[in-house]
Design a protein around this ligand. Structure first.
Ligand code: AMP
Ligand code: MG
Length: 353
């Protein structure tokens, strides 16, 4: 066949393919991106009428914008105003939504034995990681005397009572910060809203922390779990209907001072950033609990993550220690696909503890 004769055949094949595609209208993934909660939010909808997709996506963006303002501990929204009232020792009141946020956090704080502690706002401020700071702090770390003041106050939700939307029982100086689980909570709200709007297949991905519903045309949504110490992904994971995947890490917000890494997740028992864990990933069927658990397990560390996970009731966990060892539960190991081989892999189940 001469080259000239190929063209009509190719053209015919293309025509047939196009005609076929037009006839069946294969479902599409609609993607929408915006910034909120300090990160990029990627929304993917599968098989939703294109005309509706944009409307749905902007509704979800509006939700995030509202929650981001309401739950910023340092701003002028609901939580910011509450923290200002607490600081001035004025009567502190909450609305229904904030009460719900606090009460849900209270359960997670209790179940993690206080390792997840939304009373850490004072520590976050001492270390300079409050969002009001326009730049990443550069050190030096706070003095031990300043940390001791925070440690002696035992700031937590434990003493905080809410009656008729009014707070009492807490010690002056408490600063509430729900940054350890607000993103998960917001992702849950987004998934609920999508479901209410009739969307069956979607993924809400907030900078690598996400929750999915349904699938992508019968194939599971595939996501990547970041390598905490290098570029690219450590592993890939097919996500099941309703599952959330949340990762906490010492690489997200940190500074180095005199050769030490100081990051934004604190051990409420010492007042210092956690030391031995680079990242923790939790897979669970709710974003809020996955998010809070990942933060709590960063604090629990390689020695105690299994017992803390058991109390929290989460079973699919991967912890990357700062020495490169990867600890993983068998429930997660059987479905994860490593893209880089861990230096050392230890499979250990939550129920064994
Ligand atoms: P995450 O990335 O979900 O682990 O959240 C980190 C954020 O949670 C920090 O920026 C703080 O605002 C807050 N935080 C830090 N330490 C704790 C802790 N021990 N318990 C709860 N929240 C914390
Ligand atoms: Mg978290």
């Amino acid at each position: 066949m001469t080259p000239g004769m190929r063209h009509p055949l190719i053209a015919l094949a293309l025509l047939l393919l196009t005609a076929c595609a037009e006839k069946t209208h294969p479902p599409q993934v609609y993607k929408y991106t915006f910034f909120s909660m300090g990160t990029q939010i990627d929304l993917s909808l599968f098989d939703v009428d294109p005309a509706r997709s944009e409307q749905i996506a902007t509704a979800i963006e509006r939700d995030f914008t509202a929650l981001n303002t309401a739950w910023n501990p340092w701003g002028n929204g609901d939580l910011g105003q509450l923290n200002t009232a607490l600081k001035k020792n004025q009567p502190a009141t909450v609305n229904q939504a904030l009460q719900e946020l606090i009460e849900n956090a209270r359960i997670l704080a209790r179940d993690s034995d206080g390792l997840f502690n939304p009373g850490v706002g004072g520590l976050v401020t001492l270390w300079g990681f409050n969002e009001a700071a326009t730049q990443m702090p550069s050190g030096p770390p706070p003095t031990q005397a300043a940390l001791d003041v925070w440690l002696k106050r035992h700031d937590s939700l434990a003493n905080l009572k809410i009656q008729n939307l009014t707070l009492s029982g807490h010690k002056p100086g408490l600063i509430l910060d729900f940054g350890g689980y607000a993103k998960g909570y917001a992702v849950d709200k987004a998934i609920q809203h999508l479901t209410d709007l009739g969307v069956k297949n979607a993924i809400v991905n907030a900078g690598g922390d996400l929750r999915a519903i349904g699938s992508k045309g019968g194939r599971p949504w595939m996501i990547g779990i970041r390598d905490p110490r290098g570029p690219g992904m450590l592993a890939a994971l097919p996500v099941r209907d309703g599952e959330a995947v949340f990762t906490s890490g010492d690489y997200e917000r940190f500074y180095e001072y005199q050769g030490h890494r100081y990051h934004h997740i604190f051990d409420p028992r010492t007042g210092y950033p956690t030391q031995e864990t680079a990242s923790v990933t939790v897979v669970y069927n709710a974003g809020a609990k996955a998010d809070a658990s990942a933060t709590a397990l960063m604090v629990a560390g390689p020695q105690h993550w299994q017992s803390t996970a058991k109390r929290l009731g989460v079973r699919q966990i991967m912890l990357v220690a700062t020495d490169g060892t990867v600890y993983i539960t068998s429930a997660l190991q059987t479905r994860i696909q490593f893209e880089k081989s861990p230096a050392k892999l230890i499979v250990g189940d939550v129920d064994a503890h």
